[in-house]
Design a protein around this ligand. Structure first.
Ligand code: ATP
Length: 299
């Protein structure tokens, strides 16, 4: 119960600090997801701390079968893949292949029907939910920027972070240039009532926000929007730098991300059809070759 109350506090407390008493999400969906997280929280096994030490974890999906409801079609038909601790793993595949569902199951927004999902060698059903979610950092595709200052945006989920943590997260996500350009630095209002950030900047803000919670596994749903060359390069650098310290699993839409990945998992119609490096897959997998040629933005 205490962990639940702390979790609730951590979600709700910073809201009060934000502008005009109300959080203005640019994307209301994120708020709804958070509310659903709280509603869904089952009883916590004792010993849950809801804290994360940031050490990288591995993930394993073993013959995972999943459908969103009894009356729905199966989405995962025995999904199996391994993500070793540390490094960058990219999930690719056509729309509807089941990539986002991998993230939803890892976060335990839904329960899989059979098979096993482990994080750090432990079945996710045996993890206290607060600890599991503290271990995961999730950066969604169109990451929302809250009304308020850049500092408030970054500290939203980590109100106890120190100034040093903040500086480091800004540096690691290559946001220093942005901060230097803003009239009041980190204390500049952003979002639709302040300085508008580009899609690339918004995603890096979301990555910095996630990093401040010291995740052991960063789940990144890469934005599909076109980035200019500078933002593309920065995102690539940031992903590589984060992957040097933690485990990063990215739903990749960019060729520059997959070519930089340590391993790529190719999904199709709810199954994994190939795993390998970019060079391996270009040689060995027809679907990957097609995706690389047509779907990804050409580097
Ligand atoms: P995309 O690249 O388009 O996001 P994806 O590979 O991530 O595709 P998923 O989003 O995992 O695929 O979707 C797989 C299937 O599950 C699709 O048929 C989709 O319609 C369905 N699906 C996804 N989310 C839900 C949900 N919340 N409820 C019901 N069905 C869903």
């Amino acid at each position: 119960l205490i962990a639940f109350l702390l979790y609730l506090f951590y979600l709700v407390a910073p809201i009060g600090q934000l502008v005009e008493g109300a959080v203005q999400f640019q994307n209301g969906l994120a708020a709804l997801k958070r509310i659903r997280e709280v509603e869904d929280l089952p009883g916590e096994p004792s010993g849950a701390t809801g804290a994360s030490d940031g050490t990288p974890v591995g993930v394993r999906f073993d013959d995972v079968v999943f459908q969103y409801g009894e009356d729905r079609e199966r989405v995962h038909h025995g999904v199996t893949f391994d993500v070793p601790p540390g490094g960058l793993t990219a999930l690719v595949g056509p729309s509807g292949a089941g990539k986002s569902t991998v993230f939803a199951l890892l976060e335990r927004f839904y329960e899989h029907q059979s098979g096993t999902i482990t994080v750090d060698g432990r079945d996710i059903r045996d993890w206290p939910l607060a600890d599991l979610r503290a271990a995961l950092g999730y950066v969604e595709q169109d990451a929302p920027v809250l009304a308020g200052t850049l500092r408030e945006n970054l500290l939203f989920a980590a109100p106890d972070a120190t100034e040093e943590d903040l500086t480091r997260a800004v540096r690691r996500t290559r946001l220093d240039d942005l901060v230097a350009r803003l009239p009041e630095g980190l204390d500049t209002a952003v979002g639709h009532r302040g300085v508008l950030l580009s899609g690339g900047e918004r995603q890096r803000v979301a990555i910095a926000r996630a990093l401040l919670r010291r995740p052991r596994l960063l789940l990144l749903d890469e934005a599909t929007s076109q980035l200019d060359a500078v933002n593309e390069l920065r995102l690539r650098e940031v992903i590589a730098e984060v992957a040097a310290e933690t485990t990063v699993l990215v739903i990749a839409h960019r060729l520059s991300t997959v070519t930089g990945a340590d391993r790529i998992v190719v999904m199709e119609a709810g199954q994994v059809r190939a795993v390998g490096s970019h060079d391996d897959l270009v040689g060995a997998d027809e679907l990957y070759r097609e995706l690389a040629a047509t779907q990804f933005l050409v580097a």
